[in-house]
Design a protein around this ligand. Structure first.
Ligand code: SF4
Length: 359
């Protein structure tokens, strides 16, 4: 339905059409073609002959008010006040005058934002909150993402990869960072069940709600020292930290044993093949801030092996579909471990494939 200015409700977001730049409103549905002129700069050409240039820069995702104001000022200066953030938090300026492109690029680079991430490149790495904000995080997210991007920045700036590369970092297995459907995902993992603080649990938490929180039914009621509490059936616990979300007397973080896992071969798009979950390829690497050298070198190695062996336009999952998982493990030298078997053999039985929830 076309947006009508009179249709005002008090729920939901406003219709997107009112935020489109005038050139897009004029040419909506009438774009003849688009092409990437160079990494980070694209042109759309309309049937009417109008041209719209997109300049894409990376963003650190967590932006200060000052940085948002600086970006908005650039939009005022070069693109009539219009900018957009992509699904992976690149910031894009929609420019109608070709002469404005280079001054905008210069100003963005002076602000510390590299230009790139289009075509066969790595796009901005999406991530969730990590230690900055999340209570159940097993690792940091923004610091780890910065360390990864420092290693991979050449692949953002230039089209040196067979196809596009979409990466994500999630600081625990609840995966706010959409890590389950990425070419490469790094996911923080807890490896121990929560520690129940019996002496305070009855004052801080509601036991029935706490029990209902656990997705694997690993929590059951218990009376400890005459007070209501819970116990955790450790064989059923998958260390998700969901219980800690509703009950601070169930801490799950463990500085010594928390670690990171690496997942490969997923994608969200419908292009050529259906959307696919990423699969576990490295079940545990140490959580080693501030630069996570084990994780960054493992990810870079996977990227380089894929870049060397894939055919043009093959995403990581498509490359693995063609060569098979055994060859992927042989080429990368990553050992296949028994902890990964469920993801390869029984996952179809246990994954939720539908948006409907059943208990
Ligand atoms: Fe259940 Fe997750 Fe808590 Fe384990 S960590 S007891 S699986 S909610």
């Amino acid at each position: 339905m076309k947006y009508s200015g009179e249709r005002i409700t008090d729920t939901g977001p406003p219709h997107y059409e009112q935020f489109l730049p005038p050139i897009i409103q004029r040419n909506y549905g009438r774009w003849k073609y688009h092409e990437v002129i160079k990494p980070g700069i694209m042109v759309h050409v309309s049937e009417s002959g109008e041209k719209l240039y997109t300049v894409r820069a990376s963003s650190p995702r967590l932006l200060s008010i000052e940085k948002v104001r600086a970006l908005a000022s650039l939009a005022d200066k070069y693109s009539f006040g219009y900018l957009r953030f992509t699904a992976r938090h690149n910031v894009e300026f929609l420019v109608t005058e070709e002469v404005n492109i280079q001054p905008l690029v210069d100003d963005l680079e002076a602000l510390g934002h590299p230009i790139g991430g289009m075509g066969s490149t790595i796009s901005n790495i999406i991530h969730n909150q990590g230690w900055l904000h999340c209570h159940s995080s097993a690792t940091d997210a923004s610091g780890l993402t910065k360390s990864l991007m420092d290693e991979l920045i050449d692949y953002f700036l230039e089209e040196k990869l067979p196809s596009k590369l979409r990466m994500a970092v999630a600081c625990c297995i609840n995966m706010c960072g959409t890590a389950h459907c990425c070419d490469i995902a790094v996911i923080g993992i807890h490896t121990r069940p929560p520690r129940v603080q019996h002496e305070t649990l009855h004052k801080r938490c509601e036991v029935p709600t706490l029990i209902a929180t656990c997705p694997t039914m690993a929590i059951r009621p218990a009376i400890v020292d005459g007070k209501p509490s819970v116990e955790v059936i450790e064989e059923k616990c998958m260390y998700c930290g969901g219980c800690y979300t509703v009950c601070p007397a169930m801490p799950v973080k463990d500085a010594e044993h928390d670690g990171l896992s690496i997942w490969v071969g997923g994608k969200v798009s419908n292009a050529r093949s259906k959307p696919t979950f990423s699969k576990l390829v490295i079940p545990y690497l140490p959580n080693n801030p501030p630069r996570w050298p084990e994780v960054t070198s493992a990810v870079k190695h996977i990227v380089e092996v894929w870049a060397e062996h894939a055919k043009p336009f093959e995403r990581i999952g498509e490359w693995i579909d063609r060569i098979g998982w055994p060859k992927f493990f042989r080429l990368t030298g990553i050992p296949f471990r028994r902890e990964m078997i469920d993801d390869y053999k029984h996952a179809d039985l246990t994954y939720r494939h539908s948006a409907y929830l059943t208990f």
